[in-house]
Design a protein around this ligand. Structure first.
Ligand code: UGA
Length: 425
């Protein structure tokens, strides 16, 4: 099939490479000339395991091209996937200006029966808005659909090649069948529904997962009040197949470019439709308060942050990405800077881009912890979790804060660290 992908951000690059690798003719479009130039040379502007290799393989095959021209990308395209950004607007809802602008730009070039698919995360009702714009300028008949994206950073290539499900929001049978045909080689779990249901599915999935994390973080706090161990509690509840023991790491709260944004957008949407007193409106605030609350509590346990040398291990928002958007490390480091600590940081991929007052980024765990009074293991990077901290133990009291409960407490305690986990003694 001939496919145009509009927007070469994270989802856009992964999607273009995956569909091209499946033999489709894919044109990736972006209005940013520099991005188009570097992607055409096979250079991915961010770190994502396996993506560079896949992109270069498909470029060589000739199935994939990048362009800044709508005419070039759209004229022959049977399917157009919109994957541009939807930053949050002042009222907290998704700002649709880029999505609507793509509709405006592509309309004159649409081919007869083209299917225009929104993959960006947008509120229910957005299809009608783009249809209105397209109708004003399109010379042909077309249809719109919604196919939300469920990939995760760090495993994006794998998630796109083998998605847990493909949700197709379309009430047009012919279009839904064609989109199912496109996705069938990737998954046999294809669910067709109304576009509004597809868009709600995306918001509901992310908000549910964010709520789950917030819930387990709060249970962990209760465990600390009574001597229970959150990891034992997770084992105790996880055997119930309705609950499960996966996706249950308590810690400094969720981050990234999706959960914080999608949860607050769904909350803003619910307020806009007159449903303000609901769970969605609470989850974001609880997550925002998470790191300041923990840093305050941990500060008391380590005897105050002032003049403490603190090593932060893991600056990205999760392992296997260099993305620091809404990463817990930001609020942690800011708290430490405001409270007079001297901070070192290490991350296998991510760079610290915030205020560098009393902060220096190191190239290894060894360098980061070299003088530390307190070590905070924030993110479960394999390089951090597998590190042997007995080798770097100093001859002074050192606190080890296991921000993801990834370490065996007894090993650290036997090496004379003062161990502090999340929701466990
Ligand atoms: C998330 C969803 O998992 C994807 O399904 C979705 O497609 C994507 O958002 C999106 O909307 O584009 P992602 O943000 O890449 O993917 O990362 P996750 O692995 O879900 O983690 C999100 C945050 O929750 C991270 O900060 C992570 O450290 C945190 N987390 C995750 C926890 O605190 N505890 C957990 O048990 C799991």
């Amino acid at each position: 099939m001939k496919i145009a992908c509009i927007g070469t951000g994270f989802v856009g690059v992964v999607t273009t490479a995956v569909f091209a690798s499946h033999g489709h003719e894919v044109a990736g479009l972006d209005i940013d000339e520099n991005k188009v130039a570097s992607l055409s040379k096979g250079q991915v502007p961010f770190f994502e395991p396996g993506l560079n290799e896949l992109l270069n393989k498909t470029l060589v095959s000739g199935n994939l091209t990048f362009t800044t021209s709508y005419q070039e990308a759209i004229t022959d395209a049977e399917i157009i996937l919109i994957m541009v950004g939807t930053p949050s607007a002042a009222d907290g809802q998704a700002d649709l200006k880029y999505v609507l602008a793509t509709a405006e730009s592509m309309a004159p070039y649409l081919k007869e029966d083209a299917i225009v698919v929104i993959k960006s995360t947008v509120p229910p009702g957005t299809n009608k808005k783009i249809e209105k714009i397209l109708k004003q300028k399109a010379k042909v008949s077309f249809t719109t659909a919604s196919v939300p994206e469920f990939l995760r950073e760090g495993t994006a290539v794998e998630d796109t090649l083998h998605p847990s499900r493909v949700v197709i929001g379309s009430t047009n049978k012919k279009a839904a069948d064609k989109l199912a045909q496109l996705h069938r080689p990737l998954s046999d779990r294809i669910i067709v529904m109304k576009p509004e249901s597809a868009q709600m599915s995306k918001y509901a999935a992310n908000t549910y997962l964010a709520t789950r994390i917030t819930f387990i973080n709060q249970v962990a706090d209760l465990c600390e009040k009574n001597g229970a161990d959150i990891q034992e509690v997770i084992a105790g509840i996880g055997e119930d197949s309705r609950i499960g023991d996966h996706y249950w790491y308590p810690g400094f709260g969720y981050g990234g470019s999706c959960f914080p944004k999608d949860v607050s957008e769904l909350a803003a949407y619910s307020r806009a439709v007159g449903e303000s007193d609901n769970l969605m409106n609470k989850v974001h605030d609880l997550n925002q308060a998470r790191t300041p609350y923990l840093m305050e509590k941990l500060g008391k346990k380590v005897g105050g942050w002032k003049n403490k040398k603190v090593a932060i291990l893991g600056l990205s928002f999760k392992p296997n990405t260099d993305d620091t958007r809404e990463a817990p490390s930001i609020a942690i480091i800011n708290h430490l800077q405001q409270n007079g600590a001297e901070v070192t940081g290490f991350d296998p991929m991510a760079k610290w881009r915030g205020d560098s007052t009393n902060f220096s980024q190191k190239e290894s765990v060894v360098e980061a912890v070299a003088e530390a009074d307190v070590i905070i293991a924030v993110i479960e990077w394999p390089e951090i979790v597998s590190f042997d901290f007995s080798k770097t133990k100093l001859d002074k009291q050192q606190f080890f804060i296991d921000g993801r409960n990834q370490f065996e407490p007894s090993i650290l305690i036997n090496n004379n660290y003062t161990y502090l986990g999340i929701g466990r003694k």
